[in-house]
Design a protein around this ligand. Structure first.
Ligand SMILES: [Zn+2]
Ligand SMILES: [Zn+2]
Length: 475
C-alpha cells in the first residue's frame, strides 16, 4: 500500500504540473485584454501581467505571450512596492511546493522539470506498466496498472505542452511596447565591406583605421573625435576626455552578416553597460539611458554633440550624432553592433525619412534593415533588430553586447560636481586640454597634459582658486 500511496503523490504532482504549464504558456491575452502597466524609474512603461519572480526580478507575460524580465531595481516607487509584495507572495507559495518536495531552491517550480527528466519519468512509467502485467496479485496491481496508464497519457500531454512553450532565454527580453514586431522574412546577404569602409573613410586618420575578415569589420580608434567636446554639460561627473586604446584586439567589431533577431532585445531594459553602436568617426554610441535608467540627454549629462565621458574618461555619445551628416552627407553615420547601418535624418537616397518601427528603423529599398538617428528618445536604437551576443558576465539592465572594445581607466572615477556647467574646452597644445566650468558666477578648471610615454599630469583649480595636482601613468 505504501507504494500505491507514493504513486498517488506522483499523480498529484503531475496534475499540479499540468496546471502550472498551462498558466505560463504564451498567448493567453487576446487583443484588448487587460494588461497591467508597470512604470519604470526612467519614465518608460512596460505592459504585462505578473507571472513569476526571482529575488530581484519579476517576469511579465505580454499580449503576444512574450515573457519580459524586469529587474526590480529599475521599477518606479509604487510599482516597486507592488513587485516586492508579489515577490514575497510568490516566494511563500513556492516555499509550500518546495517543502512538500523537500527541495530548497529559488528556481520557479515548473522550471525545474525539464524535458529529459520527463522522458526518463515516462520510461519508468512504461516499465512499471509492462512489469505490472506479470504480477499476480490482481486486487493490488490492477489499480496500479490503470494509474500507470493514466500517468503515461498525462505525461505525454505535458511533454507536448512543455515543448511548445519554451521560456525566453535568460538575459533576453521581448519588446516592451506590447505591439507586434514583424521580422522581415527576406534573408540578408553579407554586407559589402567597401560599403562600410566608405562610411568610415571621411574620418580616417593616424588614430582611426579599418580592416576586416570574413566575420567582422574592425575599427581601431583612440576614441577622440575631431569636433570639440564637453561644452554644454550641466550635470558633470568630473570625467574628461582621454585617448582610449581601442586598438589591437581591443578594436570595435561590426558583424558582416547580420541576422534578424527572433525577438529584438529592447534598449529600455538592456544594454545599460557598453556600446550599442559605433559612430563612423570611431566614437562609441551608448544606450540613450545611463546606467541609472535616466535619459542622459534630458538630464543635462551631454554636450552639444550628444556625448560625454564615462568612468574611464572615455568619450562616447548617448544621443544620435546627427552632426556627422555635415561630413558624411547621406552615408551612414554609425553602425549598430548587430551589423545594421544607422542613417541620419534622411533616407540614403536623399528622400524624407520613412516611418520608424519599435527598433527605430525599417527595411530600406535595398531590402536590408537600417536604423535612423533622431532628436527624440530612443535617439538611435529602440531594440536590437539583429541578433547579438550578450556578455554572460552581465545581467539586464546592465548587460552588454560582445564583442566590444573596452576603455582603460587611467585614474579612479570621480563624483558629480553639483551645480557645475562646462563653459569651454580647448587644446592649448597638441598634448594638453583645458576644461573650464562655472558654478554660479565662479569659474573652475581642469588642465591636463600627457607625454609620449603616457604620463598624464592634471591641475585642478576649484571655484575658490585652490589648486590640486595629480599625475597618472597609463599602463
Ligand atoms: Zn555615458
Ligand atoms: Zn530609412
Amino acid at each position: 500500500m505504501r507504494n500505491l500511496l507514493h504513486f498517488n503523490n506522483l499523480i498529484l504532482l503531475l496534475l499540479v504540473l499540468s496546471l502550472k504549464l498551462h498558466a505560463h504558456e504564451g498567448g493567453h491575452f487576446s487583443e484588448g485584454a487587460f494588461l497591467k502597466v508597470w512604470h519604470l524609474k526612467n519614465g518608460q512603461n512596460v505592459s504585462g501581467n505578473f507571472l513569476y519572480s526571482t529575488k530581484s526580478e519579476i517576469v511579465l507575460e505580454q499580449i503576444d505571450g512574450n515573457l519580459v524580465k524586469i529587474p526590480t531595481a529599475i521599477l518606479a516607487k509604487n510599482d516597486l512596492t507592488l513587485a516586492q509584495f508579489k515577490i514575497k507572495k510568490y516566494a511563500e507559495i513556492h516555499q509550500q511546493y518546495t517543502q512538500r518536495n523537500s527541495i530548497n531552491n529559488q528556481v520557479p517550480f515548473f522550471e525545474m522539470i525539464d524535458i529529459r527528466s520527463f522522458g526518463y519519468f515516462l520510461i519508468f512509467i512504461l516499465i512499471l506498466l509492462l512489469l505490472s502485467k506479470r504480477l499476480k496479485n490482481k486486487a493490488y496491481f490492477l489499480p496500479l496498472q490503470r494509474v500507470a496508464l493514466y500517468s503515461f497519457c498525462l505525461g505525454l500531454f505535458i511533454l507536448a505542452c512543455k515543448s511548445s512553450s519554451d521560456v525566453t532565454p535568460a538575459g533576453t527580453t521581448g519588446t516592451n511596447t506590447g505591439g507586434t514586431t514583424t521580422t522581415p522574412s527576406t534573408s540578408i546577404g553579407k554586407t559589402s565591406t567597401s560599403f562600410i569602409d566608405s562610411a568610415f573613410a571621411p574620418y580616417k586618420s593616424a588614430s582611426l583605421a579599418t580592416k576586416w575578415d570574413d566575420t567582422y569589420f574592425y575599427v581601431s580608434s583612440n576614441g577622440i573625435p575631431a569636433h570639440n567636446m564637453m561644452v554644454g554639460i550641466t550635470s558633470w561627473q568630473q570625467q574628461v576626455p582621454i585617448s582610449q586604446p581601442y586598438t589591437g584586439t581591443n578594436h570595435w567589431s561590426i558583424p558582416l552578416a547580420p541576422v534578424y533577431a527572433a525577438t529584438p532585445v529592447s534598449t529600455k531594459t538592456n544594454f545599460m553597460k557598453g556600446a550599442v553602436a559605433l559612430a563612423v568617426n570611431g566614437i562609441p554610441i551608448f544606450n540613450a539611458l545611463n546606467n541609472r535608467g535616466e535619459d542622459s540627454f534630458l538630464i543635462g549629462e551631454l554636450d552639444q554633440w550628444g556625448g560625454h565621458c564615462g568612468k574611464g574618461d572615455d568619450y562616447h555619445y548617448h544621443a544620435a550624432p546627427l552632426h556627422l551628416s555635415a561630413t558624411s552627407g547621406l552615408k551612414a553615420i554609425a553602425f549598430a553592433l548587430d551589423g545594421f547601418a544607422v542613417y541620419g535624418a534622411k533616407e540614403p537616397d536623399g528622400s524624407t525619412m520613412k516611418t520608424l518601427d519599435e527598433s527605430h528603423g525599417h527595411v530600406g529599398s535595398n531590402n536590408v534593415y537600417h536604423y535612423h538617428g533622431t532628436n527624440d528618445y530612443p535617439y538611435v536604437i529602440g531594440s536590437m533588430k539583429g541578433k547579438v551576443t550578450l556578455d554572460p558576465s552581465t545581467s539586464a539592465p546592465e548587460n552588454q553586447i560582445i564583442p566590444q572594445a573596452f576603455s582603460n581607466p587611467l585614474r579612479p572615477a570621480l563624483t558629480p560636481l553639483n551645480g557645475a556647467s562646462i563653459t569651454a574646452f580647448s587644446a592649448p597644445s597638441a598634448s594638453s586640454y583645458l576644461l573650464t566650468y562655472k558654478i554660479g558666477t565662479k569659474t573652475g578648471s581642469v588642465q591636463y597634459s600627457w607625454t609620449n610615454a603616457n604620463l598624464y599630469t592634471f591641475v585642478f583649480t576649484d571655484v575658490d582658486g585652490k589648486q590640486t595636482n595629480a599625475t597618472y601613468q597609463r599602463k
